[in-house]
Design a protein around this ligand. Structure first.
Ligand SMILES: [Ca+2]
Ligand SMILES: [Ca+2]
Length: 558
């Protein structure tokens, strides 16, 4: 197997090369996560918003097709363990939102035995609301397109103000019981099981001890869930601060818990502080050492831009990533860290658009897919920073961050059909070119192809499988005049440069002559053939495009 493949040669006055080594492999990408906020696109609570149902379908289309999200975090709060359904009381107007906030992490034990689960002591109405308005529509939309939503059930307990009687789930056995209650409730009511449990959101902010307690909760819960037929991936430690993600109080104590590695699948962190290269690299090393995925799962901040995604995938080897929390927020005004903005006027009159920074981020989200394996790609120009992946079919793709205007020359690219496009702008607001196509079609081995990047951009180069492009020709083909006395003109549009043959066949299917053999042009293709010496009859023109054929009937008259 070849060790080193030189794919790109970038030249400007600071000539640069990108080298790819497909034998050096890093993370296998797992999923792009969204949160499911309880605040809707109007800035009101999902549970009370009556307009959401009108836009759900359009929102989910955009989430799946234009952004590319494949995973969701669905949160349940410690306060589900309570004799009273406080969320429902708030929805029913029996308490205010602020009053509900005082109850949402407060626990009332179902009974005094953590090994005796009394389901009547748990209420999941808030979780159900998020499942019904957010999770199920997203799950269904992904499944329509043959994809699968990865569901991360996340436990939240910001119980800092509560007494030890009011918060009881910092006992591994009680913690395991509330998680089992949630798994049972979801699987019995909705017929699916979460793929993962994110053990505790931000233990360094929540009232939840140290890494030892997180580890003990994983072991207790893993055992109890397994006894009940549930085997989710366990995601931890989810610290707020990247310094805490790798320190002794959390990581070392966590790793010292016996059997924790039996269940731990993903090393998660949030990026509110401690975003140093040193921490990124430590996280990548831990992932490698313990054979767990790494993931950045929260940084709700307007400073969260695509360059941070790029760095996280490259330095921390992230397999999973949460870019934003809410699906949609108001189009203008307070942001809620949403993927999209919506202006709702009436059921027939509303506008939805991707937030500008989502348009940049989606260059990563949409083009790096679950199952893609990152491979080594290096550049000798700091202004041209490549990420390279191999997809499930063995096709290479590049996401290249270009800091400035540059010219790239592609050489030695493996032959195939390529889609090359870029998005340019400052990464925050103005987009000067959004997914502008540079080239779409066939590149042969040895072809030289020049790309001009006008300014700071994200350049995407993808090798793609072309399947039914013959349909594009079929829809656009024009053959005239017909009948003809001598010359015949053929016009059609092609979105690909592909192998093309045009043959003349008689009405009994016998081959008469080849009219053309070559490669189609991108855009309009025009041909003109002299048929003067054919005898008058009906003939077929057989077009074979990328191995697939269509025919057109023509009449020859004298
Ligand atoms: Ca209990
Ligand atoms: Ca109990």
């Amino acid at each position: 197997m070849a060790l080193l493949i030189l794919f790109l040669n970038i030249f400007n006055i600071y000539a640069a090369d990108i080298e790819v080594d497909t034998n050096i492999r890093y993370q296998t990408f797992q999923g792009w996560e969204t949160g499911l906020s309880i605040v809707s696109h109007t800035g009101t609570l999902m549970g009370t918003d009556t307009t959401y149902k009108y836009i759900t379908d359009d929102l989910m289309d955009l989430m799946v097709d234009s952004i590319g999200v494949t995973r969701c975090r669905i949160e349940f709060r410690s306060g589900v363990e309570n004799t009273n359904d406080n969320w429902q009381d708030m929805i029913d107007g029996k308490m205010t939102y602020d009053e509900w906030k005082g109850f949402r992490y407060l626990t009332v034990n179902d009974n005094d035995d953590p090994n005796d689960l009394d389901m009547s002591g748990f209420h999941f109405s808030e979780l159900d609301n998020k499942i019904e308005v957010g999770l199920l529509p997203l799950k269904n939309k992904l499944e329509e397109s043959g994809q699968k939503l990865y569901i991360n059930l996340c436990y939240v307990a910001f119980a800092g103000n509560l007494s030890n009687e009011e918060y009881i789930q910092d006992d591994p056995a009680e913690y395991a019981e509330v998680v089992l209650a949630a798994f049972k409730h979801i699987s019995e009511k909705y017929g699916f099981t979460p793929d993962a449990l994110e053990v505790i959101l931000e233990p360094d902010v929540a009232k939840f001890g140290d890494g030892k307690l997180v580890g003990e909760c994983i072991v207790a819960t893993g055992d109890l869930l397994k006894d009940n037929g549930f085997t989710p991936d366990f995601i931890a430690l989810s610290n707020t601060n990247m310094n805490n993600a790798v320190n002794d109080n959390y990581l070392t104590k966590f790793l010292n818990v016996p059997r924790v590695l039996e269940y731990w699948k993903e090393f998660s962190y949030h990026a509110y502080t401690g975003r140093t290269d040193e921490n990124f690299i430590k996280i990548a090393d831990i992932g490698k050492q313990y054979n767990v995925r790494t993931s950045m799962l929260e940084w709700w901040n307007l400073g969260h831009k695509y360059d941070f995604i790029h760095k996280s995938l490259k330095l921390a080897n992230n397999s999973s990533y949460q870019y934003m929390s809410s699906i949609s927020a108001p189009l203008e005004g307070s942001d809620h860290y949403a993927y999209m903005g919506t202006e709702f006027i009436s059921p027939d009159n509303y506008n939805i658009d991707l937030k500008v920074r989502t348009k940049y981020a989606s260059q990563y989200i949409k083009n790096i897919r679950p199952g893609d394996v990152r491979v080594e790609a290096t550049s000798n120009d700091p202004n041209v920073d490549p990420l390279a992946f191999i997809d499930k079919n063995g096709n290479l793709k590049f996401i290249i961050m270009c800091e400035t205007k540059t010219q790239i020359e592609i050489v030695n690219l493996e032959a195939g059909d390529y889609n090359i496009f870029y998005t340019s702008g400052n990464g925050v607001s103005t987009i000067t070119n959004y997914e502008k196509t540079i080239y779409k079609g066939r590149i042969e081995e040895g072809d030289h192809y020049k790309i001009d990047i006008p300014s700071k951009s994200i350049l995407v180069i993808k090798k793609e499988m072309v399947t039914s492009s013959v349909n594009e020709i079929d829809n656009s083909i024009k053959v005239y005049p017909n009948p003809t006395n001598n010359f015949i003109n053929i016009d059609f549009e092609s979105k690909q440069k592909e192998s093309l043959s045009i043959e003349l066949i008689d009405i009994n299917g016998n081959f008469i002559r080849e009219l053309y053999q070559g490669i189609s042009e991108l855009g309009t293709n025009k041909f003109n053939f002299d048929l003067a010496n054919l005898s008058s009859s009906v003939y077929l023109l057989k077009f074979t495009f990328n191995g697939m054929s269509i025919t057109r009937k023509i009449s020859k008259a004298n």
